[in-house]
Ligand binder design. Structure first.
Ligand SMILES: Cc1cc2nc3c(=O)[nH]c(=O)nc-3n(C[C@H](O)[C@H](O)[C@H](O)COP(=O)(O)OP(=O)(O)OC[C@H]3O[C@@H](n4cnc5c(N)ncnc54)[C@H](O)[C@@H]3O)c2cc1C
Ligand SMILES: NC(=O)c1ccc[n+]([C@@H]2O[C@H](COP(=O)([O-])OP(=O)(O)OC[C@H]3O[C@@H](n4cnc5c(N)ncnc54)[C@H](OP(=O)(O)O)[C@@H]3O)[C@@H](O)[C@H]2O)c1
Length: 284
């Protein structure tokens, strides 16, 4: 109810908006949602998250991505962003990189509560539960901001109804970059309803590659050495029971995919569900 009222207001009043820099107002392009930033939190000088209002008519599946931009130009730059919040949430959450001089993030990193974010209307993506065959153990394998779609999935009750075990894996260069996923894990564990559903099912396995940390090294090396499995106390990947999603750089996806295929898992898609799916966290 609350959500619908806010979005109706947006539809009628957001014909112009101030840019993140607040310098000049530009008209809102046709066929995009104009949403209001409700919260911003910076984790490091490279990573931050922000939340926005959600249009009542915007429907998506947990794990999908949308194109977002800023009203700071006549023809704004749009970039793909995983929706980090789950499908049931009244608001939308995004977890973002800050690329120095990046056409979008140079400005996006400066957004404040009350600023306007543009969002194209159609979500899409392969990191959805429907693209996997039923299984017992779900691995969510990520590096860096590749954790964003999994931030959505680990907050979706459906995931705990479909899997006995959900293992969130994130590798980053630096320890401080692991904070968002740690915070999410705690949020789920302490959540009024999700906490009970996820209890004994959700596990977090994070590692750092360029700073000392209890778990050290790339996910690919941790798979090759068997350390991932021995640390978790589970058998190696088994296509009969295990399902996986991968989100990271192109190189990380290729190398991780090779490992899954070595164990007999097969890549699936929305129209052909199978035992694992992949999506790029960024291009380049
Ligand atoms: C399907 C998909 C989903 C995405 N979801 C997210 C998301 O949830 N959060 C997010 O921050 N980005 C995400 N991205 C990347 C995002 O679309 C932009 O590339 C990013 O916001 C930077 O935009 P930019 O215009 O500032 O720089 P760009 O011109 O887009 O990028 C400049 C360079 O910065 C590096 N880079 C870009 N994005 C990242 C990143 N996320 N992590 C590390 N290095 C990066 C790359 O080397 C790239 O060539 C996603 C990309 C794809 C394809
Ligand atoms: N993170 C930073 O502090 C930092 C600072 C300045 C600039 N940048 C730039 O930002 C871009 C993205 O950096 P990022 O740290 O977000 O992403 P990234 O380079 O993809 O690294 C994220 C994590 O993934 C690991 N990784 C990289 N390639 C992999 C592969 N093929 N298989 C398995 N794991 C892999 C990295 O380990 P390794 O550490 O072993 O590579 C790191 O722990 C880079 O182009 C970088 O030049 C990053």
């Amino acid at each position: 109810m609350h959500r619908q009222r806010k979005s109706t207001l947006n539809a009628y009043t957001s014909t112009v908006a101030t840019s993140a820099e607040g310098a000049q107002a530009f008209p809102i392009p046709d066929n995009v949602f104009a949403e209001t930033v409700t919260e911003v939190r910076h984790y490091t000088d490279r990573l931050f998250r922000f939340r926005t209002t959600r249009p009542a008519s915007f429907r998506f599946r947990s794990g999908e991505f949308v194109m977002i931009g800023l009203p700071n130009a006549e023809r704004p730059v749009f970039r793909a962003y995983s929706v980090a919040s789950p499908a049931w949430d009244d608001e939308l959450e995004f977890f973002s990189i800050k690329v120095p001089g990046g056409p979008l993030t140079e400005y996006l990193q400066k957004v404040k509560i009350g600023d306007t974010i543009l969002m194209r209307k159609k979500p899409t993506g392969t990191l959805v539960i429907d693209a996997l065959l039923p299984g017992k153990r779900l691995y969510l394998l990520s590096t860096g901001t590749g954790v964003a779609p999994f931030a959505s999935l680990i907050r979706d009750p459906d995931v705990y109804e479909k899997f006995d075990e959900v293992i969130l894996v994130q590798t980053c260069r630096e320890v401080a970059e692991l904070a968002y996923a740690r915070e999410l894990y705690d949020e789920v564990a302490n959540h009024e309803f999700l906490g009970e559903l996820a209890a004994g099912k959700l596990r977090l396995y994070d590692s750092a590659t360029r700073e000392p940390y209890p778990r050290q090294g790339r996910i690919t090396d941790l798979i090759d050495s068997g350390k991932l499995f021995s640390d978790l106390g589970v058998p190696p990947f088994d296509p009969a029971t295990d399902r996986a999603m991968i989100c990271g750089s192109m190189a990380m996806i290729k190398d991780t995919k090779d490992r899954l295929e070595h164990f007999g898992l097969v890549e699936g898609a929305n129209n052909a569900p199978n035992t694992f799916v992949v999506e790029r966290a960024f291009v380049g």
